[in-house]
Write a protein that binds this ligand. Structure first.
Ligand SMILES: [Zn+2]
Length: 162
């Protein structure tokens, strides 16, 4: 996910939007990062690492705290749901059930960017799922899951935005 240039550092927790893949794992369905192999565990923050050195095409950047201002590391979230939606579609690997969007809480070392944030720590805050069976499968995250008619307003807005 790309949210533009880093503008300023912060230690304030923020809430933004992102997309996840829903992936089959030996433990059941889990959220996964769209662009990386990372699986998001239940009840525990994901902690970002810088993988720039693994990218043979990236320009060298000096070692830095994650997320780095001149880098693209950290967990990304968009200020605007529409930006997250562009990552909610794409070619998926075997084992990927679908993609969903949701709200995510970012904290730790936080960088405000042009269209959102990058941060060292992340955990889902609310997930918009297409049906009750997927909601049940993702209930282990212990966060609000929106799928019912009562909660559908936001997801209907999301579908319209697609
Ligand atoms: Zn980095």
């Amino acid at each position: 996910m790309e949210t533009g240039r880093a503008l300023r550092e912060s230690s304030r927790a923020v809430a933004g939007w992102r997309a996840w893949v829903v992936r089959e794992t030996p433990a059941g369905l889990r959220l996964g990062s769209v662009l990386h192999d990372l699986v998001w565990p239940h009840g525990r923050a994901v902690v970002a690492e810088c993988r720039l050195h693994e990218d043979p095409f990236a320009e060298a950047v000096a070692a830095h705290p994650v997320p780095g201002i001149p880098c693209r590391c950290g967990f990304h979230a968009a200020r605007d749901a529409v930006d997250a939606l562009s990552y909610a579609r794409g070619r998926d690997e075997a084992g990927t059930v679908c993609r969903i969007v949701g709200e995510v809480t970012l904290w730790g070392h936080v960088l405000e960017t042009e269209a959102g944030w990058r941060a060292s720590h992340a955990y889902p805050a609310r997930l918009y799922v297409p049906d009750p069976s997927l909601a049940a499968a993702l209930s282990g995250y212990g966060v609000p899951l929106s799928w019912s008619e009562r909660d559908a307003l936001s997801s209907r807005e999301l579908r319209t935005a697609l």
